[in-house]
Design a protein around this ligand. Sequence first.
Ligand code: ZN
Length: 476
Amino acid sequence: MSGYIELLNTYREGLYPKSLVETEQAAFALKRTGETDVLVVAGEEGVLSQFEGNVRGDVKVCPLDHENRLALNRFLSYTKPRAAGRAGISIGFGDRLGCASCAHLSAIEGRNVFPILAQQSKRELTLTNRTYEDVLDAAAWSVFKAGWKTGYGADGDHLKTVEDIKYALDCGYSMITLDCSDVLREVKGQEAATAYLELPDERRKELEKTYLENSFSELGLIFTEEALQEIAVCFLPAVDLVVNVYQTQIETRPRNIDLEISLDETSFTTSPEAHFFVANEVRKAGVFVNSMAPRFVGEFQKAVDYIGDLDAFRDDFTRHVKIANFFGYKISVHSGSDKFSVFSAVGELSEGRFHLKTSGTSWLEALRIIAQEDPDFFRMMYRNALAHFDEASTYYVVHCNPGRIRPLDSLTDTQLPEYLEENDARQLLHITYGYQLTNPEINPRFFADMKKFEREYEEVIWKHFTKHIDLLKEKI
Ligand SMILES: [Zn+2]
């Protein structure tokens, strides 16, 4: 090795030990100075010149900005996101705060889970005033800080347009979740039959030959003429969207990209026949899918456990897993935070091959820290959440009724964390995150608290996700 690490050692105070790394040409580490973290680099001039910062003796001290993150990516490849592939378990850890990723990594250490650390939807970007660059910067710095060298992913989540997908991929994202909900329209009976007849003859003939002249009984699927018409009318626009995105954005790039198809953001469940139809049609067009998210039976609402019949979920999930296995991709479960009652079934029935998306739960755990450590501020945030509930509930489907929540004034300071155990309060606090993080009075104090109580936060996240992963792996 180059010996540059010795130069950083002279600058040792405040270094995060896991970040310290040496290459042939340089040594790098993350260091805490006061309330902020900086990158410190010692090395050859050719390396130092690629980072913006101030030279102090033999060491360059650099801010954690976007340009320096890109430079770090060039020297330390593990700080760049990469595709997860189709095997094993991957978990999406959406981090709306840009400060939870180290805690997420500590929760999966030694657990054989591939982390998707950057994972934001357009809705989340808009509500938090962040860009895809910001989100990926935060994830990459966390990976560096934690010394996480086994890979991580970045998901342009629930994107609907070629333009947005191009933007995420140009930023270096390794995964795209293509949300097909805008082109899906449930059509039944005679209306479907009429719309089906408007399809070109050739396409109809091809579909009828594929689905009506073959048996799919080994997958438990039955295509009647009526079912085929309804599925084709509803799902062909999604097939066309997937094929277009794949051909123009995915296969043209010289790197592996995980493509997930999301059919889940609809008001109707995805039948196994419809799932198979979409997978089969895109496969015929040469599309290589990494994972598929159908809408399962029951409800996957934000911040609360699964709502519905567990046996029905097991049956439905089993049928979808069979299809995923047939095509060789992972089954994906969205809104996966806190769905404790279905986790062991997800792990068992998928035989340990699935993707699970979580997001808002890390925000709620941050609020748990605020409730415990800064009760006056929590009260201020709670009032702000109530004031914005009506607006926020236009973005999310929740059963929350604020009228059922115990009034703030009736709780003592030590009781405030109890809100994080109650479904109505959890959903209220969950969906109003944008109105907190973009509030000029709340934002600075919130992030100052998060920095101050970094260790406490890491502990609650570790505990919370360990509970998730223990159950997911319970029967594998
Ligand atoms: Zn979804």
